[in-house]
Design a protein around this ligand. Structure first.
Ligand code: UD1
Ligand code: CA
Length: 556
């Protein structure tokens, strides 16, 4: 085929969505709807793509820019991965693998006066940018995300073989309501010539009964298209310029019009409503799951696993029920992800195990890391090789070094933690003073005892030990012990005396006095009271309660 350009219509608000968000920005499997058409067009054209934007055009443009930038960045290996919902394998029509994709031009349609009017804006932008029409145009609705590359390739072949001026994709639907109907000649024998497309709201009763609908995918001769647009008239119920009227114009000019009926009618789904959005989502997600299973990923209960279009999963990785992989998430090989875990925009190496109910966002996990259950890795968490994050650990902008462990109940924020560090249960980085955030640095091989607070900014030097219960407020030199604790007092016999008193005995004044004498010692270990130390008498029962309660049981 001579030069092929593409035009994507994406300027409408989509009133039937009843949304503040422009229709083509609504995500399908985590990717804005318009990108399905863009990606498909990119794989087929060599003359560039013009996207007609209007409603929330800035946002649509931002989506296109981000997409183009990502495509530049990821030529491999992500660029070579199977595409969401698209057939693999290049055929004769594929002029541009995605890595050498053509530029994306945007054409602004300030007033949405119909699909024909949208293509007029594309024409102006193309003429400004290139000075001429491409030989042929592929024109796509921005709201048809289920369309596959294989189908469009077939359509291009039909167009070429039949030397048509216009070739349209059609579908046979039990319920054609809402779509443009394909009106064919009443001649006997097949195939009957396509005469025109009549929009749902403009149909006569007999036309409305026609079950063949216009999918909204067109292949059009460039020269014909550019002149035909000048003949469109907004003479219809909606008073819009309909692109579909180019079919009738071609017939009137004695030019060939071809049509191809899509095999799987699902592909023709146009998303106009939330219900249709949900249908598109279901089909795309089903395709994505099938694709990853074919690629060697185990899904124990496929229907409950949610994998976004831009996610990537390595071979022999196992996903348990109710796992969600969102956005630009990539999992390596041989990983195990247990139930109710959600990963968003994160990269995960090989052999990583993530137990149940973890939330992991914008994070990076290296090979053989182990996470969860119930871990929360917020943006900027980096877990190096063989490191372990256990239950009820929250991390944010924090790096846990190779082989390091934070096994229980911790908050690690704005922290750099070195190799083989042990973070004891209940360790908290106090990174925020109410106004600003500060960093905690913990060098290699440090041992942080349980219930330590690290008041940032602070640095713990390599190989140091922090005693349990310590509040670190100053830097700790390497290979040191840091300890900050209140002095411990043991009153030997105090508890039994109290129990006796509560059982009916009288407080003993002498004991009260002698219990003040006590032996104290610092730190762990040697705190021993002398045998003579006596327990302090219990305070009187609170006024509200005159009833003696039995003593509470000791520690659990
Ligand atoms: C359109 C077709 C209809 C077909 C159906 C398939 C026309 C006139 N009708 O109807 O025959 O059966 O798609 O799904 O083409 N758009 C613009 N600017 C506009 C109007 C629309 O860019 O001024 C864009 C929309 O953002 C959307 C696409 O064009 O992506 C289709 O518009 P929509 O209003 O959804 O057309 P339908 O009524 O579905
Ligand atoms: Ca539509």
């Amino acid at each position: 085929m001579n030069s092929l350009g593409a035009i994507i219509m994406a300027a409408g608000l989509g009133k039937r969505m009843r949304s503040k968000l422009g229709k083509v920005l609504h995500p399908v499997a985590g990717r804005p709807m318009v990108l399905y058409a863009v990606e498909l067009a990119e794989r087929l054209t060599d003359e560039g793509i013009a996207v007609v934007i209007g409603h929330q055009g800035d946002q649509v443009k931002a989506v296109l820019d981000t997409y183009a930038a990502g495509r530049q960045r990821s030529k491999s290996p992500r660029g070579s991965r199977p595409m969401a919902g698209r057939e693999q394998g290049m055929t004769a029509h594929v002029k541009n693998p995605v890595s050498k994709a053509p530029s994306i031009l945007t054409a602004e349609q300030t007033q949405q006066l119909g699909t024909g009017h949208a293509v007029m804006q594309a024409r102006s932008a193309i003429l400004r940018a290139r000075g001429r029409a491409a030989g042929t145009y592929l024109i796509l609705n921005g709201d048809t995300p289920l369309l596959t590359e294989a189908t469009v390739q077939q359509l291009l072949s039909v167009h070429e073989e039949e030397k048509a001026a216009v070739t349209i994709l059609t579908a046979m639907l039990d319920d054609p309501a809402g779509y443009g109907r394909v009106i064919r000649a009443h001649t006997a024998g097949e195939p009957r010539q396509v005469l025109k497309i009549v929009e749902d709201r403009d149909t006569t009763v007999s036309e409305a009964a026609v079950q063949e609908i216009n999918v909204g995918t067109y292949v059009v001769n460039g020269a014909f298209l550019f002149q035909a647009l000048d003949h469109l008239q907004p003479k219809n119920v909606q008073q819009e310029y309909y692109l579909t009227d180019i079919v009738k114009l071609a017939v009137e000019q004695g030019l060939g019009v071809s049509a191809m009926v899509v095999t799987d009618a699902d592909e023709g789904l146009g998303v106009n409503s939330r219900r249709q959005l949900a249908m598109a989502e279901r089909v795309i997600r089903e395709r994505i799951r099938a694709r990853w299973m074919e690629a060697g990923v185990t899904l124990h209960d496929p229907a409950t696993v949610w994998i976004d279009a831009d996610a990537h999963i390595g071979q022999d990785t196992v996903l348990y029920p109710h796992v969600t992989l969102e956005g630009d998430t990539s999992l390596g090989q041989d990983c195990v992800i247990r139930s109710h875990t959600r990963l968003a925009n994160s990269t995960v190496g090989n052999g990583v195990v993530i137990l149940d109910s973890c939330v992991i966002t914008d994070s990076h996990l290296e090979d053989r890391a182990s996470i969860g259950p119930f871990a929360h890795l917020r943006p900027g968490s980096v877990i190096r090789r063989n490191a372990k994050v256990g239950n009820f650990v929250e991390m944010k902008k924090a790096e846990l070094g190779e082989g390091a462990k934070a096994n229980h109940l911790s908050y690690l924020g704005d922290a750099r933690i070195g190799k083989d560090v042990n973070i004891g249960a209940g360790t908290i980085t106090c990174n925020y003073d109410g106004y600003h955030k500060f960093e905690t640095v913990i060098e290699d091989e440090v041992f942080i005892g349980s219930d330590t607070q690290l008041v940032a900014p602070v640095k713990v030097g390599r190989g140091s030990i922090i005693a349990a219960g310590t509040t670190i407020t100053q830097d700790v030199p390497p290979n040191s012990l840091a300890i900050s604790r209140t002095v411990q007092a043991n009153r030997v016999g105090w508890a039994s005396k109290r129990r006796a008193w509560l059982a009916g005995g009288e407080p003993d004044e002498r004991q009260e006095a002698s219990s003040q004498r006590q032996v104290v010692s610092e730190g762990k270990g040697n705190a021993q009271t002398k045998a003579s130390a006596q327990p302090r008498a219990p305070r009187p029962a609170p006024l509200a309660s005159k009833i003696k309660r039995p003593p509470k049981a000791g520690g659990k």
